[in-house]
Design a protein around this ligand. Structure first.
Ligand code: M6R
Length: 613
């Protein structure tokens, strides 16, 4: 994920670009840059490694001045963080381009362009965009037509901002799979990846739709749809006031972070899927070669991240047919594990600094040099990111509450993308199967938003726990891992002792725990194990427990005495169900904690990042 800002303004655009980039740093900050078109009609560029402040310092010494400009803050996908890889990229002094996303076929395009004597000065996939537009500009004469033509050759996901001295007074932008908005001002027009970057300049925004291309001047905005037909897009008035890591209108960070999940999930999907496929390059340019030869998967993580990994075990074996093992880091690192060649060693961590997980990675690299490592992590600056061969960032944004919520669901989304990608590389999944999963993922943000609407019913259910000291969570298949996450949330937030079991295991011991003082919480999607789960619910009920069942609407669990059933939604699949059923469990724990009067954001004895053994 990278951040784009640009504009055509009545005065020098540079301060606006710098200010906007600072708001976009949450999207990536390993390097930043900007290019303006000077009054002499020349592209003038400055780039710097690291945060935007480094760029700002460079600019103070150079005097960059122009009314048209584009800028970028980068999170590296192709090519390591360096000045030469920082955006904007310039082709033949004639095209300046900023890009967010991945051009999947860049190697193929690069080979064609090299044969036409185009020079490449970076390791990015973005330069092929500049060269393709340069080539088309020679043919079509206007930047708009050049961009419309060039993008037909791109595969993948992108948002683009382009300027050229050959067509001064215009910025042309394109959106396909990555967000881009237009801000309409009194003294100019602007573009950005996110409205937060422009909110100090304007409140009027146009949100581009998939496939849109727009030709922007200081006084006009003309938009074309994916068929190059001129279209009108609605102007929306933003209500956004400030962009802070504050609690806003929420009582606690945890509540805020629970409600941020639709956005966090869509940010994690951004630029990594199209409407029907997952982009393998989202895992880095070496991923395809590595994923093709993988024979085993070993997942290592702690706490909530472990629970996400447990769901992934089901998905990877089911979709990619690769034997997958999972273990908590604190055990794995000390037990002299056997590590086979061609193992993909996956660490999952919100912080990327969890000592046990980091040490497990270091240990395994010493045991077998022929493994490949991948980390799924929410902190781009962390040790796990630095020490892993492949990296995949969850884009949950800062998670302040000690109890993980949005970090968990975005880990699940990332692991779903991984399962499909492994399945494709191992030739275990058809295009049709991939399309079905991707369709489900594309609907996730709205499904999560719908599940969040049930907070009021969950507040009522939370009262059940007022005088309780024990609880049991049950589920089957991958939902067993969701039951574990539900139990972990309840115990860490409300200090109620909670256990989670695969529902079929109850009769082998834990059923002895059940009495009227031990509520049982079950998660019941309409999957192939539903009938088995229903039998387990009968077993529990006949021991006199109070029960809460979160069911998919079509599951139709038979109501019984002392059983509360809450229907969540319908038409869930093996990927969407675990993510959606997490939501009511998070809300339940949050509201039980409020009833119990515990410290919600900082529960006793816990730390957000466990950097010690
Ligand atoms: O930063 P990590 O994901 O590596 O942290 C792992 C656990 O410490 C963490 O998930 C912990 O269990 C959370 N407090 C759970 O809400």
């Amino acid at each position: 994920m990278c951040g784009i800002i640009g504009g055509i303004y009545q005065n020098n655009i540079t301060p606006i670009l710098i200010d906007g980039l600072k708001y976009l740093e949450y999207r990536g900050y390993d390097s930043a840059g900007l290019v303006v078109l000077t009054n002499d009609n020349v592209l003038q560029r400055v780039r710097a490694i690291g945060k935007v402040v480094n760029l700002e310092n460079n600019i103070n010494s150079e005097i960059i001045n122009g009314t048209i400009g584009i800028a970028h803050t980068r999170w590296a996908t192709h090519g390591k963080p360096s000045t030469k890889n920082a955006h904007p990229h310039i082709c033949n002094d004639s095209i300046g381009v900023v890009h967010n996303g991945i051009i999947e076929n860049f190697l193929e395009l690069k080979a064609q362009q090299q044969a036409q004597n185009y020079i490449f000065t970076s390791d990015t996939d973005t330069e092929v965009i500049g060269h393709a537009i340069h080539q088309a500009l020679k043919k079509y004469g206007t930047l708009l037509k050049a961009v419309q033509s060039a993008i037909t050759t791109f595969q993948g996901a992108y948002s683009l901002g382009v300027i050229s001295p050959q067509n001064p007074g215009h910025i042309v932008i394109a959106r396909s799979g990555s967000p881009l908005i237009i801000g309409l001002g009194d003294n100019g027009n602007f573009i950005a990846s996110d409205q937060v970057a422009l909110i100090s300049i304007t409140k009027q925004f146009i949100f581009l739709e998939e496939g849109d291309v727009a030709d922007i001047t200081k006084d006009s905005v003309i938009i074309f749809d994916k068929n190059n037909i001129k279209v009108e897009r609605e102007i929306k008035i933003s209500k956004l006031k400030n962009w802070q890591t504050s609690k806003g209108n929420y009582a606690h960070y945890m509540q805020k972070e629970i409600f941020e999940q639709p956005q966090a999930i869509s940010d994690t999907l951004e630029s990594r899927i199209t409407k029907d496929k997952v982009l393998t390059l989202a895992f880095g340019h070496k991923a395809e070669i590595i994923f093709k030869k993988i024979k085993h998967v070993q997942i290592i993580a702690c706490g909530t991240s472990y629970n996400a990994g447990l769901v992934a075990k089901y998905w990877i074996e089911d979709i990619a047919k690769i034997p997958t093992h999972i273990e908590v880091s604190s055990e794995y690192r000390y037990r002299n594990p056997i590590v086979l060649d061609n193992t993909l060693f996956i660490t999952i961590s919100q912080s990327g600094e969890t000592a046990d997980t980091l040490e497990a990675l270091r240990v395994v690299k010493k045991i077998n040099k022929n493994i490949h490592s991948l980390t799924i992590c929410n902190n781009s600056e962390s040790s796990l990111i630095r020490e892993s061969e492949l990296i995949f960032l969850t884009h949950a944004g800062p998670e302040i509450s000690v109890a993980s919520t949005k970090a968990f669901t975005t880990q699940l989304v990332s692991l779903a993308l991984l399962s499909v990608t492994l399945g494709k590389c191992q030739q275990q999944i058809s295009q049709t199967q991939e399309k079905v999963i991707v369709n489900g993922l594309n609907h996730l943000p709205s499904l999560v938003a719908k599940a969040l609407e049930q907070e009021d019913q969950i507040i009522e259910l939370a009262n059940t726990f007022k005088d309780k000291f024990n609880a049991l969570f049950i589920g089957r298949g991958s939902m067993h891992a969701i039951a574990m996450e539900g139990a972990l949330k309840l115990k860490e937030l409300s200090y109620i002792h909670a256990e989670a079991y695969p529902a079929g295991e109850l009769k082998h011991g834990p059923i002895a725990l059940i009495d009227k003082n031990t509520p049982v919480i079950a998660v019941a999607p309409n999957d192939e194990l539903l009938d088995k789960l229903k039998s387990n619910l009968q077993e529990v009920k006949s021991r006199g427990s109070q029960m809460i069942v979160f069911e998919e609407e079509s599951s139709k669990v038979t109501p019984m005495q002392d059983m509360n059933i809450l229907s969540i939604t319908n038409n869930l699949g093996r990927i969407t169900a675990p993510i959606i059923f997490t939501i009511p469990l998070q809300l339940l724990s949050y509201h039980v904690a409020l009833i119990k009067g515990t410290n919600v954001d900082q529960p006793r004895n816990l730390a957000k990042s466990v950097t010690v053994e």
